[in-house]
Design a protein around this ligand. Structure first.
Ligand SMILES: [Zn+2]
Length: 537
């Protein structure tokens, strides 16, 4: 895959960035409100949802955005919720029994309602577990995993290969996201990933602390086929497990990079599991407001940000059970409010602008996916989408980080609009994280709606790239999705205001124009977009 950056991106701005069009202070004030303890961490379906929805709806009303026909600004999102009531695991390695404590050595749940019981079930190591026939990869070839436990490495075969074997090199590939489904298709009883920080892109702490968080899916009227135990085991446990089967972890990773790798049953290793799961119906809500354009036939643009965070959890330490989600995604939500404010204070755009605050992004892009299937205005004539989901609070930067490089000609427009604000665009650094697949814009990309997803870069005007990277790394290691993602009065929100200002200016250009942005021809989303080309005259 040849992804050449548009030439404009390589032109660096010589001067310091301009003051952002949006107000860092107003963004900060809203972040403070949204992440206060009385919002209970904005967990969808939890105690924090009503107060969050009321606040956001009030802000949309103050901006005189048009509500939906029914329900004010609320769009109901029906959900299924799986709650793990109890869990116990024991690994048997030869004659030794190793109890695995949930949330310590293992983080796993089951979506089978009632009791899932596995007794001394054999374990099969499938390498990366990625099946890609076009590249000749099928670790399951010749191996029967029915009723067995499948154990896989984190990432895809070339995440550490140092070159692109067809899965995008270090970058996370779409194929890597189908591992669980592959194991399920082949009748496995359980699927466990051996955690490793680099290919997983987050530390074990994050997975372990998320262990008892309920699982959600959209309630579309049918209950999806249940799969048993799935989750992660701590790296040292994985190494011991492979050793029992006669495999060296490092050597096994190298072997699993090859297309001819096939699965290995780990002799002498078995697992006991007992998990009790409850399923119920729940509902949450998106908040959607509309700024009608001057030409109703001209189509629309869409701004989105997820309002949800990780909520308040009884299993977190009693000292602080609220994961306030100040950065993720108090900042994106506050930035969207500020963009909406800028639009309502300027002359009305030609195209209609839809402002949406999504629920349950952290549960798998659920609010955005529901909207993508039940849009207020047709997606075929949604000219462009912008997603606000920053990753760390940064002061004034010289750059913006583009997630998902080489996908759309809009990237050249982004580079031009950013340059006008003294900012240069840099490609995402941590491609192994697969950020492109991990936020709400992806739900709309899959429906063909073009967009660029970007956020504040790391090159701080004060401190440079090293200081920006240090902040990012510190946040990732300790606070991302944890109770310490809390408001800090010392924050300088200029980075968020810069991101929002460019999103505003680029959106404004698309909303005032007549052009229909598209995808690069190599993108799978291009074919999806083409299906309804007739709607865009
Ligand atoms: Zn987020």
């Amino acid at each position: 895959m040849n992804r050449i950056l548009p030439l404009l991106m390589l032109l660096t701005a010589a001067t310091d960035p301009a003051a952002p069009l949006l107000s860092p202070e107003r963004i900060k004030a809203d972040v403070r409100t949204l992440s206060a303890d009385d919002f209970h961490g904005r967990g969808p379906t939890q105690a924090g949802e009503p107060i969050t929805l009321d606040f956001l709806a009030r802000r949309f009303a103050d901006l005189k955005l048009q509500p939906l026909a029914e329900g004010g600004y609320r769009q109901r999102v029906p959900l299924l919720r799986w709650t793990r009531e109890t869990a116990a695991f024991t690994l048997h390695l030869g004659a030794t029994s190793v109890p695995l404590t949930p949330g310590v050595e293992i983080a796993a749940s089951s979506r089978i309602v009632g009791t899932t019981a596995l007794d001394r079930v054999p374990i099969v190591f499938v390498g990366y577990g990625v099946v890609e026939p076009s590249l000749g990869y099928d670790p399951y070839r010749g191996v029967d995993v029915r009723g067995k436990i499948v154990v896989a490495l984190a990432g895809d075969p070339d995440v550490e290969a140092g070159r692109d074997l067809g899965f995008g090199g270090r970058a996370s590939s779409p194929a890597a996201r189908t591992k669980l489904a592959e194991a399920q298709k082949r009748g496995a009883a359980a699927f466990l990933t051996i955690h490793e920080t680099f290919p997983a892109s987050y530390p074990w702490l994050q997975i372990a602390n998320g262990d008892a968080v309920p699982g959600y899916a959209l309630d579309t009227g049918t209950i999806p086929a249940a799969f048993g135990v799935r989750g992660n085991i701590r790296n040292d446990i994985g190494i011991r497990l492979l050793r029992q089967g006669g495999l060296d972890y490092k050597a096994a990773k190298i072997a699993a990079q090859r297309a001819d790798f096939h699965a290995v049953e780990l002799t002498g290793a078995t697992l006991d599991a007992r998990v009790v799961t409850r399923l119920d119906h729940a509902e949450s809500h998106n908040i959607v407001g509309i700024l009608p354009g001057t030409d109703p036939a001209a189509g629309s643009i869409l701004y989105g940000a997820h309002w949800d965070a990780y909520g308040e959890n009884a299993f977190d330490p009693p000292a602080d059970r609220i994961r306030n989600g100040a950065i993720d995604n108090g900042t994106g939500t506050a930035t969207l409010l500020e963009i909406a404010r800028a639009f309502t204070q300027a002359p009305r755009p030609r195209r209609t602008v839809v402002f949406a605050l999504w629920t349950a992004e952290e549960k798998g892009l659920l609010g955005a996916s529901w909207y993508a299937d039940h849009p207020v205005l047709p997606l075929a004539t949604t000219a462009a989408q912008f997603n606000l989901d920053p990753h760390v609070v940064l002061g004034r930067t010289r750059d913006l980080e583009l997630i998902g490089v080489g996908r759309t000609p809009m990237e050249a427009d982004l580079a031009r609009v950013a340059a006008a604000q003294g900012l240069r665009i840099v490609p995402e650094e941590n491609t192994e994280a697969g950020w492109y697949y991990r936020s709400d814009h992806y739900a709309f990309a899959q429906k063909g709606v073009p967009g660029v997803y970007f956020r504040a870069g790391r090159d701080l005007v004060e401190g440079g790239a090293a200081a920006g990277e240090a902040k990012r790394a510190a946040f990732n290691a300790r606070c991302y999705h944890q109770t310490c993602d809390e408001y800090d009065a010392r924050w300088d929100m200029t980075g968020a205001a810069q991101e929002g200002s460019v999103a505003y200016a680029l959106g404004r250009e698309v909303a005032d124009g007549a052009a229909w942005p598209g995808w690069n021809a190599s993108e799978p989303f291009a074919a999806e977009r083409a299906k309804k080309a007739a709607a865009r005259r």
